[in-house]
Design a protein around this ligand. Structure first.
Ligand code: PGA
Length: 259
């Protein structure tokens, strides 16, 4: 099962995961990071600024999980813009080595297969950051997504559009379609790190970690992965049946193991 680490707050989650990414880059200067957008990974990116100070990150590669379809890439809320603003620029990554699925309408039919091919050509993702939606999605794999799915176009649920309306001037401006790495694509990453904070994510986390494996809860796909780490604050952990066991396990884990 996934390793669950319960931390005090989002900043502690960010520090823990940033340290792991630091170890990865120290081992492998051209590490391939799987990048996520939304609010959840921001504490990781913020902790990485100090974690990677003085480290040569010019060879680090990155692949974002998803993008809106039909959005102008220069729109401030396109995931291309978000990744540039939150990750590439502050960390000083090489822009040409950081990829985001191409959501432009021209060529959208092939964009998914091309993106999967690019990930494969890079040798796969070393560490994939994941958030989880209140409806249990990871990436933009909405409920009902196949566990074998590849990068493709999906229709966002009304719930997800409402959740993301805060980033746009009006809820109607949230695009209806997205291009997202599939669950099958995500499961090929060598290490999955799923983060969540707050009570609003508690049910999705309990279902993903301890619930039945089910397409209705795409996050439950992490149970199929041999190395998945779930980092949550107390509120997001509040519906986990085995919370005390996870605390006990992590408190007694040898430091050399990392996460
Ligand atoms: P959030 O979204 O990080 O903005 O909460 C997570 C997700 O939808 O995957």
């Amino acid at each position: 099962m996934a390793e669950v680490v319960i931390v005090e707050n989002p900043a502690a989650a960010g520090a823990l995961v940033a340290a792991e990414i630091g170890r990865l880059i120290a081992r492998r200067a051209d590490a391939v990071l799987g990048l996520a957008t939304g609010s959840t990974p921001l504490p990781v990116y913020s902790a990485l600024r100090s974690q990677l100070e003085g480290v040569d990150v010019s060879h680090v590669r990155g692949f974002a999980l998803d993008e809106y379809v039909g959005i102008d890439p220069s729109h401030p809320e396109s995931y291309r813009s978000v990744i540039t603003r939150e990750v590439v620029e502050p960390l000083g990554l090489t822009p040409s080595l950081v990829h985001v699925p191409d959501g432009s309408l021209d060529g959208i039919e092939q964009a998914g297969a091309e993106y999967d091919a690019k990930i494969r050509a890079a040798g796969g993702v070393d560490l994939q950051l994941l958030g989880i939606g209140t409806d249990g999605h990871i990436g933009f794999n909405e409920p009902g997504s196949s566990f074998a799915s590849r990068t493709r176009v999906k229709t966002l649920t009304e719930q997800t559009r409402e959740d993301n309306a805060r980033f746009f001037d009006s809820p109607d401006d949230v695009p209806m379609h997205c291009i997202t790495q599939g669950l099958g694509t995500i499961l090929e990453a060598r290490h999955l790190v799923l983060l969540a904070y707050g009570e609003g994510k508690a049910q999705a986390i309990a279902d993903a970690v301890e619930g039945p494996l089910s397409a209705i809860l795409p996050g439950s796909a992490i149970q199929l992965h041999p190395h998945a780490t779930v980092v949550v604050d107390e509120a997001a952990a509040s519906k986990l049946t085995l919370a005390d066991y996870y605390r006990y396990t992590f408190a007694n884990k040898p430091a050399w193991q990392g996460i």
